[in-house]
Structure formats: structure tokens, C-alpha cells
Design a protein around this ligand. Structure first.
Ligand code: HAM
Length: 439
């Protein structure tokens, strides 16, 4: 008989893995809500053209697409931003601004599965729409760092590289690159860190034979930190739109510093991002040291809403996948050992004749919202206790003849081993009360 496996690049979430996924998504939801975002979702598939037009070649080459019986072309969503733009565009007038939305649904990309990259993954998206000021960019980037802090990731372990595509465009235009050559230049700059030294130089030489233009690209590729920002200001040479983009970027960095997270942030001209719709500030978070890889990315998109038929409205946002977050946390041993442990009470009959009492006590606990379980089999105390510990229960509650007569139960903390007798009423009122060893 055929033996089936999960398709390449997808995951089965057995309860242990599901517990980790839920732990991560709970963190994302907490961080979203405390930063003032509300949750939304959209369809798992959209018209193929939505991505063809908006996402850029790389994503389009990775689409899972299909044709329905009416000959209409669809694709499983590889990212959320086009859907978000479509949804907000359709109701733009009625939505109070700024629009601060988040979601964390599964995405699908027909990528070659590799470390941190799968064909189905969960992606947290956080976006602010309807606010042109750079305060929205800073507020959005703050959310990434708030997540890092929530997960225990320090500035020594991760950094947020920040740039502006508009600024790069100004520098390139001043250096004489025609508009239609900007996209290929972005692609080369974006890959700078993945290319060995010579390959970057070769890619630059292929883009332009002009030595001064080549020098500009080398300078762009290595501009980083406060000094880099200053050297770019010189490259702009008083050009007004260029100066405005430079000021925006500098202000975003100042705002992040005022928010107390400047240590995580660095200007880096090499980050231009692969997606086609970014127009302004762009950013990408990376692991440092041995964790060298992209963790999440985003940026400002000025023309996307109008591009999908909505009114002109600007947005800024980012996406982060669960795969890379889990990898990073595992590598740094930051996933708490307690993930997946239940706080359930395991109700045990010491005497099988008291099983009905076990059922009624369990039912009462559940009625009060307390997780309570019991063994389906009438078996020895030792076996029931073993089952309690394999199920990860927090406490065992013993129902025996002697205590049943007095309406008390024995309670054992399965973590510390502390044990005491307490009245049933007290247990129902406070099932996790501290247990003081009875004499
Ligand atoms: P993206 O850079 O394509 O941006 O993806 C953002 C993040 O999603 C990546 O940094 C990574 O954590 C995760 N990710 C992407 N592809 C995969 C994959 N195949 N497997 C696992 N994780 C993956 C976007 O998707 C933009 N729509 C983000 C955005 C939101 N921009 C504005 N708002």
C-alpha cells in the first residue's frame, strides 16, 4: 500500500510542535495588541494577477497556482500585503486612521526548502496604513524590537538594518542611472551580503561600465552606521528630494533611539528588499554572529493600494515567519522547557469503588474552568500517577475512602513532590493553592 508523507516543505504539527507554534503566535498576538494593532484575516487564495502585478518576479516564480473549472487563475497566498491592500482599499474611507492591523496566517511559497524556509509557513504581518509620517515607520519597527525583547533576544544577538529605497533611488539617479535600471541595481545591492567579494564586484561591472557609477555602487553597498549615513549625505550633494529622504531616515533612527531601542537599530544601505512594491524606508532584521540570516523584513509602500484599485494611501509593515523564529530561539536555547506542559489536575481513585466520586469532582473542576483529567482504566495508584506525569499534569488529586468520608482530598504537586490534605471546597475554590506539607 502507498505510504503517504507530508508534502515536501510542509510540517506536521504533533502536539509538542503545536505547543511551540502556539507559544510563538501567543507572543506575536500579545506584542501586537499592546502596540495597538487589531487582528484581521483574508482568503487563503487570491486571483493570480494580484501577485503577478504587485509582488515582483521572485515571489511570482514561487507561486502555487491553479485554474478553477471556469478557467479562472488563482494562487495560494505567498504573502499578505497584496490582500491587505485590496481589503483596506475597498473600505478605505470608512476606516479610522491610522489603520493598525495584524494577522498570522499560513503562507505558501514553492521555494526549495532550506534552513528557515519552507513551502508552508506561518507569517506574522504587522502594518500601519493611512499615515505618511515617518512616525508610523518607527512605530512599526518598534514592534519588531518589542518582539525581540519579549522573546529574550538582545542587541548582541539580533539587529534591525534600516535603509530607504527612495534614498537609494536618489543617489542612483544623481549618479546617472536611468529609472528603468533601478530594479536590477536593487537586486544586486540586496544580494550583497550573500555574494562573495568578487561576485559583488562582477555584478556591479555587469550593471554599468562607467567607473564613477561603479564606485557609487560600491560606496552604497558598504555605507553603514552613522558614518555611512553621513557619507551618503555627501553623495546626495544638496539634491532636494534626496535630502528629504535622508532626513526621514535619520528621523526614524532618532525616533527609535527615543523609544529606547536604538541599540538594536543600524542604518545599512545594503538592505533594499526583494519585493517590488516598496518605495520608502525598508528594513530587515538579522541574527548576528553565528545566526547570520534574515529574520524578518518590511518597509513602506506608497503605491500599492492605488495599484490594486483602491484610493492612494500609503502603508508600512513587516512580515516574520515562524520557522526562522523557532530556529533562532532553539539555537540560543531560549524556548522555555515548560512549553506544552499542562496545568491540569489529575484526579486519581485510590479505591476503584470511588470512581464515581472521581467523575463528579472532575466534572465540578471542569465546570469552574479548571483543566482536570483522570484515567479511563481502573488501575493501580502507581500506574495512575505514572499516567499523570506522562500527561504533564501539574497536580495529582487523590480520592480515597478515608478522605472521602471527611470530604477532603489528598493533593500532590507533581513538580515539587509536596503533598497535603485539603477540604474539597477549598480545592474547588483555589485549585492551585500553595501546598504546605501536612505533618
Ligand atoms: P518577505 O521578506 O518575503 O516579506 O518575508 C518576510 C519574512 O517571512 C521573512 O523574513 C521570513 O521570516 C518569512 N518567510 C518568507 N518566506 C518564507 C518561507 N518560504 N519559509 C519560512 N518563512 C518565510 C513579505 O512577505 C512582506 N509581505 C512583508 C510585509 C508586510 N511588508 C509589508 N508588510
Amino acid at each position: 500500500m502507498a505510504k503517504f508523507q507530508a508534502p515536501k516543505g510542509t510540517r506536521d504539527f504533533y502536539p509538542d510542535q503545536m505547543a511551540v507554534r502556539t507559544w510563538i503566535t501567543d507572543c506575536w498576538r500579545r506584542v501586537s495588541v499592546r502596540n495597538g494593532f487589531v487582528e484581521y484575516d483574508g482568503p487563503t487564495f487570491e486571483q493570480l494577477d494580484l501577485y503577478r502585478v504587485k509582488s515582483g518576479d521572485e515571489i511570482v516564480s514561487q507561486l502555487f497556482h491553479f485554474v478553477d473549472r471556469g478557467g479562472r487563475e488563482f494562487a495560494l497566498r505567498p504573502e499578505m500585503t497584496p490582500t491587505l491592500a485590496r481589503m483596506v482599499g475597498a473600505r478605505a474611507q470608512g476606516l479610522p486612521k491610522p489603520i493598525k492591523w495584524f494577522c498570522m496566517p499560513p503562507m505558501f511559497r514553492a521555494e526549495r526548502p532550506q534552513r528557515g524556509r519552507l513551502r508552508e509557513f506561518i507569517q506574522w504581518n504587522v502594518d500601519i496604513l493611512g499615515e505618511n509620517d515617518v512616525i508610523a515607520d518607527a512605530d512599526c519597527m518598534f514592534v519588531i524590537i518589542d518582539m525581540f525583547r519579549e522573546l529574550g533576544l538582545s542587541p548582541g544577538q539580533v539587529e534591525l538594518k534600516i535603509n530607504s529605497r527612495a534614498l537609494v533611488a536618489s543617489v542612483l539617479t544623481i549618479a546617472g542611472f536611468p529609472e528603468d535600471q533601478l530594479d536590477p541595481v536593487y537586486a544586486v545591492l540586496d544580494k550583497r551580503d550573500k555574494l562573495p567579494g568578487d561576485a559583488f564586484a562582477e555584478a556591479i561591472a555587469e550593471l554599468t561600465p562607467d567607473k564613477r557609477q561603479q564606485e557609487t555602487l560600491v560606496a552604497l553597498g558598504s555605507a553603514r552606521g552613522p558614518q555611512g549615513l553621513e557619507s551618503v549625505r555627501k553623495l546626495i550633494n544638496g539634491n532636494e528630494p534626496g535630502l528629504a529622504h535622508h532626513q526621514d531616515l535619520a528621523r526614524a533612527l532618532d525616533l527609535l533611539a527615543a523609544m529606547g531601542v536604538g541599540e538594536y537599530c543600524v542604518f545599512d544601505m545594503g538592505v533594499v528588499r526583494g519585493l517590488a512594491y516598496y518605495t520608502g524606508i525598508v528594513f530587515e532584521a538579522f541574527g548576528k554572529g553565528s545566526l547570520q540570516r534574515a529574520i524578518c523584513g518590511g518597509g513602506r509602500y506608497d503605491k500599492l493600494l492605488a495599484g490594486v484599485g483602491g484610493p492612494p494611501m500609503s502603508g508600512v509593515g513587516f512580515g516574520v515567519g515562524d520557522v526562522v523564529i523557532q530556529d533562532v530561539l532553539t539555537e540560543l536555547s531560549l524556548l522555555p522547557a515548560s512549553i506544552g506542559q499542562t496545568d491540569a489536575l489529575f484526579v486519581i481513585d485510590v479505591d476503584p469503588k470511588l470512581f464515581e466520586r472521581v467523575l463528579s469532582l472532575t466534572s465540578e473542576l471542569r465546570g469552574r474552568g479548571v483543566a482536570a483529567v483522570y484515567s479511563y482504566k481502573r488501575q493501580s495508584l502507581v500506574k495512575q500517577l505514572k499516567q499523570a506525569s506522562t500527561r504533564g499534569a501539574a497536580r495529582a488529586v487523590f480520592v480515597d475512602r478515608e478522605t472521602a468520608d471527611r470530604d477532603v482530598v489528598g493533593v500532590k504537586d507533581l513538580g515539587t513532590g509536596a503533598q497535603a490534605s485539603i477540604p474539597v471546597r477549598a480545592l474547588l475554590e483555589d485549585p492551585y493553592q500553595a501546598i504546605e506539607e501536612s505533618a
